[in-house]
Write a protein that binds this ligand. Structure first.
Ligand code: 13P
Length: 240
């Protein structure tokens, strides 16, 4: 079975003081815990987490180095102690105009640097309302996941755009439908597609985590707001 992963995305939140939350996080047997803080906190978090918690970036540039003011290379995240990097989050896709092709290039750069790429996909509310969800997800997977993806270097996160930060989640049947389709698509394309971890993200909280983790082909969660405090993220880790 794919590894179980509880991943936190702190987005643009947190300061050095916030690292104290790490000390109160539980561990659970067979569950990997990852936090992706703002880039400035990657190195101090990696020091403080000391092997108990993995640390990741929230974005990387597609190039290995060079004249890209304000950007961060995958190898620099690795150098700072990161093991993972999120690419193609819907906030990057919308705030920074990242296309599927750009996301694929970033994922390939992450792999090149020895990082696990957490590649995000998800439909908008309008796309769901018009019955396009499965075709949107299939298209994003085909165009955002590079050919070099393996179960060892890639995690896929299904994050419906309308469920992010809204307190709304799809029904269990809706999540199951998408995760089943993603599993089929990955198995059709990759030899080890059955072993790629599939995360659900979007308004995951202690109150709904157990129900979401019981859905077939849900191997963990990518948690935003509820990953900021150990009092919320802890019970989510324990539920997985
Ligand atoms: P929320 O958990 O705050 O809805 O955010 C989800 C998300 O975007 C994680 O990447």
């Amino acid at each position: 079975a794919p590894p179980k992963l509880a991943a936190g995305n702190w987005k643009m939140n947190g300061t050095l003081q916030s690292l104290a939350e790490l000390d109160a996080l539980p561990t659970a047997p067979g569950v990997e815990v990852l936090i992706c803080p703002p880039a400035l906190l990657v190195q101090p978090m990696a020091g403080r987490a000391a092997g108990r918690i993995m640390v990741g970036g929230q974005d990387c540039h597609a190039a290995a180095s060079g004249a890209h003011t304000g950007d961060i290379a995958a190898a620099q995240l690795k150098d700072a102690g990161a093991s993972h990097v999120i690419v193609g989050h819907s906030e990057r896709r919308s705030d920074h105009g990242e296309t599927d092709a750009a996301v694929m290039a970033k994922a390939a750069a992450a792999h090149q640097a020895g990082l696990v790429a957490i590649i995000c996909v998800g439909e908008t509310e309008a796309q769901r309302d018009s019955g396009e969800t499965l075709s949107v997800i299939a298209g994003q997977l085909a165009a955002s996941v590079p050919d070099c993806a393996t179960a060892a270097n890639t995690v896929i996160a299904y994050e419906p755009v309308w469920a992010i930060g809204t307190g709304r989640t799809p029904s269990a049947a809706q999540i199951a439908e998408v995760h089943d389709a993603m599993r089929q698509a990955l198995c059709a394309r990759f030899a080890d597609g059955a072993e790629i971890s599939l995360l659900y993200g979007g308004s995951v909280k202690p109150a709904n985590a157990a129900e979401i983790f019981a859905i077939p082909h849900v191997n963990g969660a990518l948690v935003g707001g509820a990953s900021l405090k150990a009092a919320d993220f802890g019970p989510i880790i324990s539920a997985l």
